[in-house]
Design a binder for this molecule. Structure first.
Ligand code: 13P
Ligand code: SF4
Length: 347
């Protein structure tokens, strides 16, 4: 850790917590108090009492922390322009329109299951309709929970996580419909048989992976095991040996025997750090794809936040870095996040 940041952290003591998502650069990970996937960060951050939470990740993650924050806590994003193009792929009016169209199409009200990678107002919509947030680590459990109650699910905004989870649940094409960005619904199934409506969003970072990358890495490294994030295309997930959240990938590689060979299909900074963390294993990216938004957080903007907090000048110097949610959004979005945590902890 950079010496100046270490001193600032020491000065702030337990007033400060720095959570960092697994896709953050090594220089940020070295300064972090909590490292994890979106689910682990949401749960661990919500159990801290620190007044200042300097969230090293992207906006929807910091917003999730703000939704669950206690009154005295401030959620601070070192790079306030660190967005997520996937989260931008659905607006509240599109989501509401899609809910209406699904009702007209099927005669049922679908339960909205919202991937964490969406903004607070979309999470709030889910809470209003009795739905839940999910992350890549628990999408299967959350979908099972609602499908068991015989309600069709409207999964948004990531088509790929939706379809890869549907395949794990053995849903057929006749049970799935796609809701396009203009809210038209496409399916080969009958309306009354549709169990899952999938919004047509995706992550550009994960769309870059192809089955050719997997074929090539398997040719180059006999015995390699390929693990991918479930935001990849369906064909890529099918060609891999397993798929799971960033924490799942970290754990499975950590627990594998020395000498294991891994091909990893997710953000490049993560792959390079896992490779440095486990030098006794051979770890390769199936292709180098970076999340430019995650890379917006750096030592300089992290340091600026900590200096400003110690000088009690945050509100004046960096008002746009303090992430807040309106009270109307907060209540319903918090319900949707709490529903996720309750379903995961029960199962
Ligand atoms: P995880 O929840 O698996 O960390 O994924 C978050 C994300 O944004 C992946 O692109
Ligand atoms: Fe968003 Fe994709 Fe970056 Fe994750 S990797 S934060 S989904 S753009």
């Amino acid at each position: 850790m950079n010496e100046h940041i270490r001193k600032l952290k020491e000065q702030l003591g337990d007033q400060l917590v720095i959570p960092a998502h697994h896709y953050q650069k090594q220089e940020i990970i070295a300064c972090a108090d909590i490292i994890g996937d979106s689910y682990k960060l949401a749960v661990d951050v919500s159990s801290t009492d620190a007044e200042f939470i300097v969230f090293c990740g992207v906006r929807f993650m910091a917003e999730g922390a703000a939704i669950l924050a206690k009154k005295h806590q401030k959620i601070i994003l070192p790079a306030p322009d660190a967005g997520c193009p996937m989260a931008d792929m659905i607006s509240l009016s599109q989501a509401e329109n899609a809910m209406r169209k699904i009702h007209e199409f099927s005669g049922y009200s679908a339960i909205p299951v919202v991937y964490m990678n969406a903004y607070g107002n979309i999470k709030a919509l889910s809470g209003q309709y009795g739905g839940s947030v999910c992350t890549s680590s628990n999408a299967k459990k959350i979908m099972i929970h609602y499908l068991r109650n015989n309600s069709p699910v409207f999964f948004l905004p990531d088509y790929c996580l939706g379809i890869n989870t549907a395949r794990e649940l053995s849903l057929s094409d006749e049970q799935i419909a796609i809701v396009r960005q203009d809210c038209t619904i496409e399916t080969t199934g009958k309306p009354e048989n549709i169990k899952l409506f999938l919004w047509d969003g995706n992550c550009r970072v994960h769309q870059r992976f192809t089955t050719k990358h997997i074929e090539r890495i398997r040719d180059e490294h006999p015995g390699i095991r390929v693990v991918v994030h479930p935001e990849v295309r369906e064909s890529v997930a099918a060609a891999a040996d397993s798929a799971g959240s960033t924490q799942y990938m970290y754990n499975i590689i950590q627990e594998s025997p020395a000498g294991s060979i891994w091909g990893v299909g997710t953000e490049y900074n993560f792959v390079s750090r896992v490779s440095a963390d486990f030098p006794d294993k051979h770890i390769f990216p199936i292709f180098e794809s970076r999340c430019g938004n995650m890379e917006k957080t750096n030592i300089k903007n992290l340091q600026n936040m900590l200096e400003s907090i110690t000088e009690a000048a945050l509100q004046v110097q960096y008002p746009d870095h303090i992430i807040t949610v309106s009270e109307s959004v907060r209540k319903d979005a918090a319900q949707a996040l709490k529903n996720m945590i309750a379903i995961v902890q029960r199962s």
